[in-house]
Design a protein around this ligand. Structure first.
Ligand code: FE2
Ligand code: FE2
Length: 339
């Protein structure tokens, strides 16, 4: 039997033997998700079955929804190959600059992005940075590594996120602030974590890129879930979507070939105590909370954000340190985004 969905005009061919006789059935259209209802009860009398498509969408829930969301990860723009390769090369202490330079020669678009960042007032040095080689010599390998990561990510997280109530550029600003804040904290307590803290901070909310459209179309369900005035947005994500943005972030990290230690920190950035004592998770959590306290990139989910108890003690931070982190993240992020 051929059934045309009245919602999207998609023609579905269903073998007759799979249709129950003398029954009214309903199922969601696989293309537009609207409910298709067919009354097969009249077919026995030789009349055509009646067909209806309901206007409201059926939203999958639970495991079905989770499976659908996980598929969306493949649709994300990929991390540029040059950036992945460059990060690998810079990981190797024996690697020379030549290999790196050949890589950027072949990808001028990324090289230009990196140079633009190198010349921002945060990194910028007198006389300007005109080549990747100069950036490496003047700013050092460590900073170049940071610039490469920034260059790779800048095009991926700049868009507006309607579901989260973030304007274009808000998530980028928030991510920059958390990256610089996390690095600042790491330098104070364990300098060996500084570079990973930066990357973790930069990418910590990347799961939001995936969940945003699902939240936007289920807005009413989110409002209902949070109507008690106590449920956090993160809990509402879990309630409505069966997963939350830190969980989906692990899949995004895998797609972007981000190392496991970083994706673990991102996975637990709201609840570092569940991370099996990952210092990196505590660092990102603290930087995230401080960024939200100072109002950077505060969307709908930022208003009920709580710093987990014990975070300050574990990181040996006091109120004065917090003020310093706040000041540093604000000024660094601003300097990066201003033209
Ligand atoms: Fe988050
Ligand atoms: Fe965040």
């Amino acid at each position: 039997m051929k059934i045309k969905c009245l919602g999207c005009d998609k023609v579905l061919v269903i073998p007759d033997n799979r249709l129950p006789r003398d029954k009214a059935i309903a199922f969601p259209c696989p293309t537009c998700s609207k409910v298709i209802r067919i009354d097969l009860r009249t077919s026995a009398a030789g009349q055509k079955p009646t067909l209806q498509t309901q206007t409201e969408k059926v939203y999958p829930t639970g495991e079905a929804l989770k499976a659908q969301i996980l598929k969306t990860v493949d649709e994300l723009p990929p991390m540029p190959q040059t950036v992945i390769k460059a990060r690998e090369i810079m990981e190797d202490p024996k690697a020379g600059f030549q290999e790196l330079s050949a890589l950027f020669e072949a990808d001028q678009a990324i090289a230009a992005k990196i140079l633009k960042l190198a010349n921002s007032s945060y990194y910028g040095i007198k006389g300007g940075v005109s080549s990747i080689q100069k950036a490496s010599v003047v700013l050092g390998q460590k900073t170049l590594r940071e610039l490469v990561t920034l260059g790779g990510v800048s095009g991926l997280i700049g868009n507006q996120l309607v579901g989260y109530g973030l304007d274009a550029g808000d998530l980028w600003m928030h991510s920059l602030a958390v990256a610089f804040g996390a690095r600042f904290i790491a330098e104070k307590i364990d300098a060996s974590l500084a570079s990973d803290a930066f990357t973790s901070g930069l990418l910590h909310d990347c799961g939001k890129l995936i969940l945003d459209s699902y939240i936007a179309e289920r807005w009413q369900q989110f409002e209902d879930a949070m109507a008690d005035g106590e449920t956090s947005f993160l809990d509402a994500e879990r309630k409505v979507l069966a997963l939350d943005h830190p969980e989906i972030a692990s899949d995004v990290c895998k797609a972007w070939q981000i190392p496991k230690s970083i994706s673990r920190a991102i996975r637990h950035h709201h609840h570092p105590s569940r991370s099996q004592k990952s210092k990196l998770a505590y660092i990102v959590h603290a930087a995230d909370a401080i960024a939200l306290m100072s109002g950077i990139g505060i969307g709908i989910d930022g208003t009920r954000y709580q710093m987990e108890e014990g975070t300050m003690t574990i990181l040996a931070l006091n109120d004065e340190d917090m003020g310093a982190v706040m000041g540093h993240m604000l000024s660094a992020a601003k300097k990066i985004v201003e033209e």
